[in-house]
Design a binder for this molecule. Structure first.
Ligand SMILES: [Zn+2]
Ligand SMILES: [Zn+2]
Length: 244
C-alpha cells in the first residue's frame, strides 16, 4: 500500500476508533480520568525519587541527589543531569510503543498526571529551553512525526510560560536505528550526527533540556550535548519519559 494512503487510513481510523489504553487495551476514558486507565497507570514503575544524577535510574539505599550509577561512572555523560519518568518494564515499553510506533499522540494527554507521579520533574525542566532530539529529514518524512517533538510540545503546554520549546538541533547524518546495538556501537553510530540549527534563537547562557522518548545508554543524548557544548552551550540537561 502506498505510504501516504496508509497514513491517511491510520488517521481516519484514529478519529473513528480512538486508540485504547496502551497497556490493557481497554477503551480510553473508561474511568473518566486518562487515556491510560487508572489501574495501568498505577502499575507503571514510576521513578518518584532522585536516582543516578546523570541517567536518573533509581538506586537502592539513599534518596540522595549526588549518587552516580555504575554505567555513568564508567562512561561519564557530557550533560549535567538527567531525569526520567518511568522504567521500561513490559508496560512502560507498551506506552512508548503506542506513541512512537503507533503514532498515538493522545497518550500524551495524560502527561500532566505523569508529572504528578515523578518527584521534581517539573522543577527539573522549569525555566529552560526544551530541545527535542531531532530525526533526520528522511526518517521524519517516512514516519511523519517526531515523538520527541510531541513530548517536548506536551511538556511545554503543561509548563505554560515556564519553558520554551525550540527545534535548535538538527540531525545531519541519517543513522540506523539504535535498538539492537550495544553501548559502544551506539556511540559510534551517532558520532557527529547532530548540529546546531542555523536558525536558532538560543542564548549561550540558556538552560537547555534535551528531550527524548527513552534513555537507554545515553549515547544519542550525549552526542546532542556535545554538539551544543562545541558551540559554547554548557548548561545542558536531559529529560525523557522512559528509562531502560
Ligand atoms: Zn489499562
Ligand atoms: Zn546513571
Amino acid at each position: 500500500m502506498n505510504e501516504n494512503l496508509r497514513k491517511c487510513l491510520n488517521c481516519l481510523s484514529d478519529i473513528l476508533f480512538p486508540g485504547n489504553c496502551p497497556v490493557c487495551e481497554k477503551e480510553p476514558y473508561q474511568d473518566g480520568l486518562g487515556y491510560m486507565c487508572t489501574d495501568c497507570e498505577d502499575s507503571l514503575p514510576w521513578i518518584s525519587k532522585n536516582g543516578c544524577k546523570f541517567c536518573g535510574i533509581p538506586m537502592s539505599g539513599f534518596d540522595f541527589n549526588g549518587l552516580i550509577c555504575a554505567a555513568c561512572r564508567d562512561d561519564k555523560p557530557q550533560f549535567l543531569k538527567g531525569k526520567c519518568m518511568f522504567l521500561l518494564d513490559q508496560n512502560g515499553k507498551k506506552v512508548i510503543h503506542e506513541i512512537k510506533y503507533h503514532g498515538v499522540k493522545d497518550v500524551l494527554k495524560d502527561l500532566p498526571r505523569w508529572l504528578d507521579r515523578c518527584g521534581n520533574y517539573r522543577e527539573f525542566i522549569e525555566d529552560s529551553i526544551l530541545v527535542p532530539v531531532p530525526l533526520h529529514r528522511k526518517r521524519l518524512k517516512k514516519r511523519g512525526f517526531n515523538q520527541s517533538t510531541w513530548i517536548a510540545g506536551a511538556l511545554g503546554k503543561e509548563m505554560g510560560g515556564r519553558v520554551e520549546v525550540s527545534d535548535a538541533l538538527t540531525r545531519v547524518r541519517d543513522t540506523p536505528t539504535q535498538t539492537k546495538f550495544d553501548r559502544r556501537v551506539r556511540q559510534k553510530n551517532v558520532k557527529n550526527a547532530f548540529a546546531l540549527s542555523k536558525k536558532n534563537s538560543l542564548n549561550i547562557k540558556d538552560k537547555i533540556v534535551l528531550i527524548d522518548d527513552v534513555y537507554t545508554t545515553g549515547a544519542t543524548l550525549n552526542e546532542c550535548t556535545k554538539a551544543l557544548n562545541s558551540k559554547g552551550f554548557k548548561n545542558v540537561y536531559v529529560a525523557t519519559l522512559g528509562h531502560g
